[in-house]
Design a protein around this ligand. Sequence first.
Ligand code: CO
Length: 283
Amino acid sequence: MPAPHIGPPPPGAAADWTIPQRWDEYTAEEHAVWDTLFDRQAAQLQDRACAPYLAGLDLLRFDHGGIPEFGELSERLRKLTGWEVVCVPGLVPESIFFEHLASKRFVAGRFIRRMDQLDYLEAPDIFHDVFGHVPLLGNPVFAAYLQAYGARASEDPALVTRMARLYWYTIEFGLVREHGRTKLYGAGIVSSHGESEYALDSTVPNRLGFDLPRVLRTDYRTDDFQESYFVLDSFETLLDRTLQTDFTALSAELDALPDLVPGAVLTGDTVLHRGTRETAVAA
Ligand code: CO
């Protein structure tokens, strides 16, 4: 995710904020953290993640094991969808982040959490960025959505709050219907051991049909599991809606309506599951 600040890139970073990954400098312990997380999540996701995500996981399986090397990873991705993965020092300014997406470059951090903090959630590390996001970059429809998202978000800086909500409720925390069942695809879910169970199995959160204007009005929480998840019919629908929507015009219309709290359930919502949280309100 982008950070809401601007400024020059830090020392050692290029004008587009990229840095060398310095893969040779990862320690055996750091590679072991990756392998531990990878094995745990790959097993947990077998019956939970959507098929395109599971198909894309093979992108991350290298003979050398451990943390993927971005050069090798990009070579594999380019053959499938033309995307590549580049390394950045941490959170980058929004305009830089969106430009990279529009140019089919996914930015990933370099650092990895420690072995004693496997369920670490504070800031995205390389496990979140790569295990969470990269498998779906091998899917042509989802990759086209991410590029279209970056292009749309680049067009109008005034849209940043609404576009951040769209990113959050799709790319980070989205669910999708597949053969009559709800499956995971959001990177924040699939990279989290706890949330990849909670998002599908818990009775606590709402699971609502995805509706673009509705999502653009909805605040989100960054400090806990989500209170509402939005469920897509298909990635094709998401891509089509993104390509066909004039976000500036839609946002102007939505400015006349109140923003919504994360747990809200509206009378017009398609409710797949109504959550049991007390904060859920009809509006
Ligand atoms: Co992310």
